[in-house]
Design a binder for this molecule. Structure first.
Ligand SMILES: Nc1ncnc2c1ncn2[C@@H]1O[C@H](COP(=O)(O)OP(=O)(O)OP(=O)(O)O)[C@@H](O)[C@H]1O
Ligand SMILES: [Mg+2]
Length: 345
């Protein structure tokens, strides 16, 4: 018989750490009675995404992201405390996200709720019937007018987050995978913040979500790569990378990743820290077949010094919105932005 001393500790139980009652009841999906789990529709860093049919008239279908299994075994007291802290932050964020997503349903994917079990967390969002923009560039890049439309709509979503009160929100993960498309091919932003709460390792190293790659470094602003404090302008950099991705199928310096593979993150940080002449070059040349105005817009967003980089309002300001012709870059406004950046200190 196993003695008391050598008894294997039981795994931590998410329901013991955080009682399901601490989650807003409007957010908690307690039972899956009459729900139907369908096909896998995506696979991201934090878990797989499945199609679900629900018994709710208002939301007959949704997408459920099964968060990757957490390390719940062999946690010492410190590990348990750290996990608990993270889960509390995560739930706070969950409540906040639910509220925020409802404030701008045109450009932010709606958060439906979450399911919380002893060992499993599933996050439900509205189903975006045309998937992500990424799925639409697998075989060929987007036409420029479509790319500019998606870019503009993503920027509208960011404007809302960046001006959110009382707390401004930085998305932190702008890329084609997180631009989802409605029935009418309009963009909504997905996945700001949340999963990172459970993924980021702190000093205790007791829990990580087994990230294949830390972050999405090819979209990451220089100040983030080198570990400086960062804010909303980091999203501007990622948005510019996303426009390059739409126009060329890949983010800037994709060949760098292909060449260096698992060393990419490390080398990108090294490069970002090196002398200016050794750093990777970012400008409109990254989308060589784009129109001159799009290339100029990209160059004005790829400003390495965060303080000189345009704000989301500056970016949106260069467009003239004409219903019939879509979003058009106004040359005079673009020149104004270029001068503003040149003279910024
Ligand atoms: N609400 C949704 N409706 C339709 N498809 C979705 C939805 N959410 C996610 N997907 C699909 O699942 C894929 C994976 O999404 P997921 O958010 O898990 O990972 P990701 O976007 O690749 O990376 P990240 O973890 O950085 O967000 C998306 O690219 C998209 O194709
Ligand atoms: Mg995503």
């Amino acid at each position: 018989m196993e003695s008391e001393k050598f008894k294997r500790p039981s795994p931590a139980d998410l329901l013991n750490l955080i009682p399901a009652e601490s989650i807003d009841t409007t957010l908690l999906i307690k039972s899956f009675d009459k729900w139907v789990k369908g096909d896998e529709i995506g696979n991201g860093r934090y878990g797989k995404v499945y199609h679900y049919q629900t018994p709710m008239d208002s939301i007959p279908e949704c997408a459920g992201k099964h968060l990757k299994r957490m390390q719940l075994w062999n946690l010492n007291d410190e590990g348990i405390e750290s996990l608990k802290k993270r889960l509390i932050n995560f739930i706070d964020e969950l409540n906040m996200l639910h509220k925020v997503s409802r404030e701008y349903s045109e450009r932010i994917v709606q958060f439906v709720g979450c399911h919380w079990e002893s060992k499993k967390i599933i996050l439900f969002t509205e189903l975006m019937s045309h998937g992500s923009v990424k799925e639409h560039i697998v075989h060929q890049p987007l036409d420029e007018n479509v790319a500019v439309k998606y870019f503009y709509q993503a920027a509208e979503g960011l404007r809302f987050l960046h001006h959110h009160k009382p707390k401004r929100i930085v998305h932190r993960d702008i890329k084609c995978d997180n631009l989802l498309l409605t029935n009418n091919y309009d963009v909504k932003l997905a996945d700001f913040g949340l999963a990172h709460y459970l993924a980021v390792d702190d000093d205790s190293n007791t829990m990580s979500m087994d990230m294949e790659s830390a972050g999405t470094p090819l979209f990451t602003a220089p100040e983030v790569l080198i570990g400086e404090k960062y804010g909303r302008r980091a999203d501007i950099w990622s948005l510019a990378c996303t426009l390059v991705e739409m126009l060329t199928q890949h983010p800037p310096h994709w060949e760098f990743k292909k060449k260096h593979r698992e060393r990419t993150n490390y080398l990108l940080v090294e490069k970002a820290r090196s002398d200016p002449d050794k750093q990777l070059k970012y400008s409109g040349h990254l989308a060589p077949s784009a129109s001159e105005s799009v290339r100029r817009l990209l160059s004005s967003m790829f400003v390495k010094k965060e303080r000189q980089r345009p704000s989301i309002d500056d970016v949106l300001h260069v467009f003239t919105v004409a219903e019939a012709d879509g979003n058009i870059i106004d040359h005079a406004k673009l020149s104004y932005l270029e001068t503003k950046i040149r003279t910024a200190v």
